[in-house]
Design a protein around this ligand. Structure first.
Ligand code: NAP
Length: 444
C-alpha cells in the first residue's frame, strides 16, 4: 500500500506515461517498498528525488532502415533510454524482440538503475533495443540490421557516457556486429563502449555465464540463510537462452537437478535432469527449439505452463510477467520453497504476494540477476586497464559480489523492520545509494 504522497506521485507517473503498463508495474513495485526510507529521509522528499528518479534523463527513439535477403526494405524502431547517471555512465542491455516498445525499455531501464546501484559498482542505469526479431533471420540480415542500428546509436554512447550490453535477442553475434560498426564509424578501438564482447576482442571471461551463475550463487545464499543447500534440490528453470542455460550449468555443478526448462513454444520435462550438452548444441549452435531438444532426447514436451512441474526451487529466466498468480499457487502447492528471478520482473505482483503469503523465499531480479551487469562492470575495468583476468579470478569476483548483494538485502531489510524480505532490502538499498548521489550532485 502506498501512502498519500506516494499515491499522488504514482498517479502522476501513470498520467504522464500512458500505455506503458510494464513501466507502471516496475515503479509501483519500487514505490511500495521505499515508504520507510522516505519517512527516514525527509530531504529526499524536499528535493523531489522520487519524481526525478522516475523520469529518465534522456530518451532516444530512432528509425532503423535495412534491407532483407530478398532486397525488400525493412524498417524497425530503435530505442535507448538513458535513465540515470548519478553513479556512473549509463549501463544496461539492448533487447531485440518484436515485443519491445518504449514502455518495456523504460521498465527495464528503471529496474537497471537500482540493480546497478545494488551491485556496488560505479555504473548508472539505462536500457535499449529494437522491435526487430532476429529469429529466422540470416546472419547477413542480422548484420545489416545491427549496422544500421549502430549507425544512429553510436552518437549517443561511449565508454564514459553509455555502455550497452546484450539482453533478449542480443548475444555475442549481435554485439560483434555492433562493435565492428562502431569501430568503423568512429575509427576508435574503444573496447569499453560495449560489454559482452568475445574474449579474443576485449570481452571478459565469465561474462557469458555471469547472469545465470550469479542467480544461482544468490539462490545458494538464500538457501544457506535457511540452513539448506542446493544439493539434490529439484529445480525448474524457465527459458533456454543465455541466463537459463548458465543457471542450469551452475545448478548442476552445485548438485541440484534441473527437471524442466522451456522456450516460448513450450517446456521439456526431464525427471532425471536436463542434458546440458544437448541443450547447448540445440540452442546455442543450431538456434533450434526446445521441441527439437525433446524429440532428440525422447523426453516429454508440453506446450502448457512449465510452472506445473513440481520442484523445490524455481528460477524464472525467460521474460517479464511469465509467472502469474495461478502459476505461483501451483508452485506453492507442489512444495516449492524458493523462487529466484533470473529474468527481469518475470513474476507478476500478485505472484510475488502469493509467495510472500506462503512463506516462500523470494529473490527479486534486481538482486538475483545483477551478476550479469556486475561482470560487465568487471569487463569495463579490464578494458580500462588493458588487462584480461583468469576465469577463476573473475568467477570469484562475481561470487563475492553476489554474496555482498545478498548481505546488503538482508541487512537493509532488517534495518527497516522487514527481516528476510529481499524485495524491501533490494529496493531500499538501491534507492538510497542513487538518491544520496543525486543529492550530492545538485539539481541537474
Ligand atoms: P535470451 O538469450 O534471448 O533467452 C530468452 C529465453 O526466454 C529464450 O529461451 C526464449 O525462448 C525464452 N522466452 C521468451 N519469452 C518467453 C515466454 N513468454 N515463455 C517462455 N519462454 C520465453 O535472453 P536472456 O539474455 O537469457 O534474457 C532472459 C531474461 O533475463 C530477460 O528478462 C533479460 O532481461 C534478463 N536478464 C538478462 C541478462 C543477460 O546478461 N543476458 C542480465 C540480466 C537480466 P524463444 O527462443 O522461444 O523466444
Amino acid at each position: 500500500m502506498l501512502n498519500e504522497d506516494l499515491t499522488t506521485i504514482y498517479d502522476e507517473i501513470v498520467r504522464d506515461n500512458p500505455a506503458q503498463p510494464e513501466f507502471h508495474q516496475a515503479t509501483m513495485e519500487v514505490l511500495e517498498s521505499i515508504g520507510p526510507a522516505i519517512d527516514r529521509h525527509p530531504e529526499f522528499t524536499k528535493h523531489k528525488i522520487i519524481q526525478r528518479i522516475c523520469e529518465p534523463e534522456r530518451q532516444i527513439i530512432f528509425r532503423v532502415p535495412w534491407q532483407d535477403d530478398n532486397g525488400e526494405v525493412q524498417i524497425n524502431r530503435g530505442f535507448r533510454v538513458q535513465f540515470n547517471s548519478a553513479l556512473g555512465p549509463y549501463k544496461g542491455g539492448l533487447r531485440f524482440s518484436p515485443t519491445v516498445d518504449l514502455g518495456v525499455i523504460k521498465f527495464l531501464g528503471f529496474e537497471q538503475v537500482f540493480k546497478n546501484a545494488l551491485s556496488g559498482q560505479p555504473i548508472g542505469g539505462g536500457k535499449g533495443g529494437a522491435d526487430f526479431d532476429p529469429k529466422g533471420r540470416s546472419n547477413g540480415e542480422v548484420m545489416r540490421f545491427c549496422q544500421s542500428f549502430v549507425t544512429e546509436l553510436y552518437r549517443h554512447v561511449g565508454e564514459m557516457t553509455d555502455v550497452p550490453a546484450g539482453d533478449i535477442g542480443v548475444g555475442h553475434r549481435e554485439i560483434g556486429f555492433m562493435f565492428g560498426q562502431y569501430k568503423r564509424i568512429t575509427n576508435r578501438y574503444e573496447s569499453g563502449v560495449l560489454t559482452g564482447k568475445g574474449v579474443t576482442w576485449g570481452g571478459s571471461l565469465v561474462r557469458t555465464e555471469a547472469t545465470g551463475y550469479g542467480a544461482v550463487f544468490f539462490a545458494e545464499q538464500m538457501l544457506r540463510a535457511q540452513g539448506e543447500t542446493l544439493d539434490g534440490k529439484r529445480c525448474v528453470v524457465s527459458g533456454s537462452g543465455n541466463v537459463a542455460i548458465y543457471a542450469i550449468e551452475k545448478l548442476h555443478q552445485l548438485g541440484a537437478v534441473v527437471v524442466a526448462c522451456s522456450d516460448s513454444g513450450g517446456f521439456v520435462h526431464e525427471p532425471n535432469g536436463v542434458d546440458l550438452d544437448l541443450l547447448k548444441e540445440v540452442k546455442l549452435v543450431e538456434r533450434g527449439r526446445i521441441a527439437n531438444y525433446a524429440e532428440r532426447r525422447g523426453a516429454t514436451f508440453s506446450s502448457e505452463s512449465v510452472w506445473e512441474v513440481p520442484c523445490e526451487l524455481a528460477l524464472p529466466c525467460a521474460t517479464q510477467n511469465e509467472l502469474d498468480e495461478t502459476e505461483a499457487r501451483a508452485l506453492i502447492e507442489h512444495g516449492c520453497r524458493a523462487v529466484v528471478e533470473g529474468a527481469n520482473m518475470p513474476c507478476t505482483a500478485a505472484a510475488v504476494d502469493a509467495f510472500e503469503a506462503a512463506g516462500v523465499a523470494f529473490g527479486p531480479g534486481k538482486a538475483a540477476n545483477a551478476g550479469g551487469v556486475a561482470t560487465s562492470a568487471l569487463e569495463m575495468q579490464q578494458n580500462a586497464s588493458r588487462d584480461a583476468w583468469s576465469f577463476e579470478y573473475t568467477e570469484q569476483r562475481l561470487a563475492d559480489i553476489m554474496s555482498g548483494i545478498h548481505e546488503t538485502c538482508l541487512t537493509v531489510a532488517d534495518d527497516y523492520g522487514a527481516p528476510g524480505n529481499y524485495v524491501v532490502g533490494a529496493n531500499i538499498a538501491g534507492f538510497e545509494r542513487v538518491a544520496r548521489a543525486m543529492l550530492a550532485l545538485g539539481l541537474i
